[in-house]
Ligand binder design. Structure first.
Ligand code: NAD
Length: 492
């Protein structure tokens, strides 16, 4: 039984050695089982952070000189190791973060897939060749690593998001100092263990665990050459400003308020299934989760009946129970914030369309799937917190639009532009959505969450700062270019 599993010991990884933290106590708790500690240890101190950055800096020249094929080979070995332990790590992930066992295992498998994609980077083009206007010359554009890259990651994908930052950072020749979210340190440790076990040279990856303040110290470190961050908008903007002030490139993927639009003529059953997945899988704690639903008036009642009927069979509970579809939020305090948001939305005129039931033993970290319909008046709806704010929980805010043009306009309201989903069988409407909804990721007839590792990922407008992540886009952040005007001697 999971509750008999002893707490794992948390360690920092600095200069190729595992060591205890020298700071305050650090523990991750199982949000589904109050009082159950998943992992415990101590935070890293400023002195340990200092040694981690120094180690990354010392390791940088030699690592950048290793051929990309060899750097990739380490990632390929790590991918195989991760796949081999997907069962155990998936369980640890479910216990530490609260997503279901299936999602936890799926996330570990996704992390392995990402490592494999970048592990094969040595087989892909490494630069560009341009023709020169001068005889006897070619112009090459070669890529070089930034140097020491800081990686600051959020709680909600404790292994996949770090993998999609660390794998490209390493394969393009950078060294890394990583500060994960302090609610999910165990999964961070597991990824670092796997990379260590795959043969990463000492100092190339360093892991320091602790609160946001440790992240600030990392960002402000004079030896840092780049920072990749994923997390909330406020923190991301502060870090981007800090980087800009020192001329350090920053990549920041931040919040979202992602809409699904269901139009007349859509396959309503498919749409209901996909909206349910988009809004409630991972307890709504995906940056790309669906939190706004815009329904064309003529199909709104029919659609809501199908969606709520599906949700009747959606069970919330302990995420390690295989019959459960949705676990708790990451913590009771995260759930408190979402509960406050729901109360404010109701006080602002929203009505409750649906709320699932929780098992009797559910603790304070649980919130059932919740659907709120916003008031019909435009100003009231747009000011409602369920429409305007990222709750980061299982809450869906619904509005009814007269036609597709109004629905697309509403879907794009506000400063976020991460992802959206459009449900329609009309190709003309699809093309209008592609033109008219300004997001980084657009799904047509599938849920707003979901991203493949070989294609660009990231937000438009205020959801993202700097180059996109994943696929070949990652190169834009983790390398800079040198343009080489290449001539031999004078032509004979
Ligand atoms: P968060 O911003 O609270 O924390 C993210 C990381 O930043 C953590 O490691 C945290 O310790 C660190 N941090 C916090 N304050 C800091 C500071 N002052 N200086 C330096 N580091 C600091 O975010 P979270 O609650 O872990 O994650 C949820 C948020 O992440 C949501 O807003 C979600 O939309 C966003 N997110 C975005 C994407 C994306 O790709 N756009 C993906 C996942 C999550």
């Amino acid at each position: 039984m999971p509750h008999t599993i002893p707490a794992a010991a948390l360690r920092q990884f600095i200069a190729g050695k595992w060591e205890d933290g020298d700071g305050a106590g650090l523990a991750s708790d199982n949000p589904a089982r109050p009082g159950e500690t998943v992992a415990a240890g101590r935070q890293a101190t400023a002195e340990q952070l200092e040694r981690a950055v120094a180690a990354a800096s010392a390791a940088a020249p030699a690592w950048s000189a290793v051929p990309m094929h060899e750097r990739g080979a380490v990632l390929l070995r790590a991918a195989a190791l991760l796949e081999g332990s997907a069962e155990e790590l998936g369980l640890e992930l479910a216990r530490e973060e609260g997503k279901t066992l299936i999602e936890g295992r799926g996330e570990v498998a996704r992390a392995a897939q990402i490592l494999r994609y970048y592990g094969n980077e040595g087989d892909r083009p490494a630069g560009e060749v341009f023709s020169s206007p001068r005889r006897g010359e070619q112009i090459l554009v070669v890529r070089k690593p930034l140097g020491v890259v800081g990686v600051v990651t959020p709680f909600n994908f404790p292994i996949a998001i770090p993998a999609w930052k660390i794998a490209p950072a390493l394969v393009y020749g950078n060294t890394v100092v990583w500060k994960p979210a302090s609610t999910v340190p165990l999964l961070a440790q597991r990824l670092a263990e796997v990379l260590d076990g795959a043969g990463l040279p000492k100092g190339v990856l360093n892991l320091v665990m602790g609160p946001g303040a440790l992240g600030t110290e990392l960002v402000e470190h004079p030896l840092l050459d780049g920072l990749t961050f994923t997390g909330s908008t406020g923190v991301g903007r502060r870090l981007a400003a800090a980087g800009a002030g020192r001329g350090v490139p920053v990549q920041a993927e931040m919040g979202g308020k992602n809409a699904a639009v269901v139009l007349a003529g859509a396959d309503l059953d498919l749409a209901a299934e996909q909206v349910m997945f988009g809004a409630f899988r991972s307890t709504g704690q995906k940056c790309t989760a669906t939190s706004r639903l815009v329904l064309q008036d003529s199909v709104a009642d029919d659609f809501l009946a199908r969606l709520t009927s599906r949700l009747q069979d959606w069970s919330t509970g302990d995420p390690v129970d295989p019959s459960v579809q949705m676990g708790p939020l990451v913590s009771a305090s995260a759930a408190d914030g979402v509960r406050r948001g729901i109360d404010e939305a109701l006080a602002g005129g929203a009505t409750l369309v649906f709320q699932g039931v929780l098992p009797e033993e559910a603790g304070d970290a649980f919130i059932p799937p919740t659907i709120l319909e916003l008031p019909a008046g435009q100003a009231d709806a747009e000011a409602n917190p369920a429409w305007a704010d990222e709750f980061f929980g299982p809450v869906l805010a619904v509005r009814r639009a007269a036609d597709a043009a109004q629905a697309f306009e509403w879907a794009g309201q506000g400063e976020y532009g991460l992802s959206a989903a459009v449900f329609t069988q009309d190709v003309t409407r699809v093309l209008e959505a592609v033109e008219g909804i300004d997001v980084g990721i657009l799904h047509v007839n599938s849920e707003s969450a979901g991203a493949d590792p070989h294609v660009p990922f990231g937000g438009a407008r205020k959801s993202g700062y700097g180059p996109k992540e994943q696929g070949q886009s990652a190169k834009e952040f983790f390398t800079h270019t040198t343009t080489v005007y290449l001539r031999g001697g004078n032509p004979a």
